[in-house]
Design a protein around this ligand. Structure first.
Ligand code: 5GP
Ligand code: MG
Length: 175
């Protein structure tokens, strides 16, 4: 429990500006479409709530809860813990995620959602660590690219803590 936030990487005011900018682009791009935001639990809950309220177009909201097998015997496989409650055929799906890191979980998730044959399928990640990618994957909307550091706050946790911080900070794992 020696860890603490060493540095504020993205302040509350910067987060607001980032979300406002993303919401304006998404509102323009999805005008007249049947938009559904699918948030990936738990990390995306704060970002999704802010993003949805900043949109100027109607949208529906759903959540998926998944866990990815990190061991060698199931590389890139996905376990869906809480599934969607309805079909996606008539929807333009925008997956909302806290952070894009190796890309493994998200590419498996996009494959899984693609099998449900939505009208369109895109990805919006609040943060992106492109230097960490192990699977080729780019988000259609990225809030901010960040260097390879472990961050917490704004939905992101360390052992389930720090999610409710209103800013994004770099965690110092201490001693
Ligand atoms: P990946 O892109 O590696 O498949 O998975 C991304 C997931 O890893 C994120 O949704 C998040 O749960 C976790 N993750 C990656 N980088 C960080 C980080 O810097 N901080 C926290 N708290 N979680 C991270
Ligand atoms: Mg996540």
């Amino acid at each position: 429990m020696g860890e603490r936030v060493r540095e504020v990487l993205i302040s509350q005011a910067e987060i607001e500006a980032i979300v406002t900018g993303l919401a304006a682009r998404i509102s323009r791009d999805y005008e007249g479409r049947q938009l559904i935001l699918i948030g990936i639990l738990k990390g995306a809950y704060v970002f999704l709530a802010d993003l949805a309220r900043a949109l100027t177009i109607p949208c529906e909201v759903e959540f998926l809860r998944v866990s990815s097998y990190r061991n060698q015997s199931h590389p890139g496989e996905l376990e869906v813990l809480t599934d969607l409650s309805m079909p996606l055929e008539q929807y333009d799906v925008l997956v909302v995620e806290d952070i894009l890191d190796s890309g493994r979980t998200l590419s498996a998730m996009l494959r899984y959602l693609g099998e449900k044959k939505p009208r369109s399928l895109k990805l919006c990640a609040f943060l992106d660590k492109p230097s960490r990618r192990q699977t080729p994957l780019e988000a259609d909307y990225v809030g901010r690219e960040i260097p390879d550091a472990f961050v917490v706050g704004y939905g992101l946790d360390y052992a389930q803590r720090y999610r409710s911080l209103p800013y994004v900070g770099i965690l110092d794992l201490g001693t």
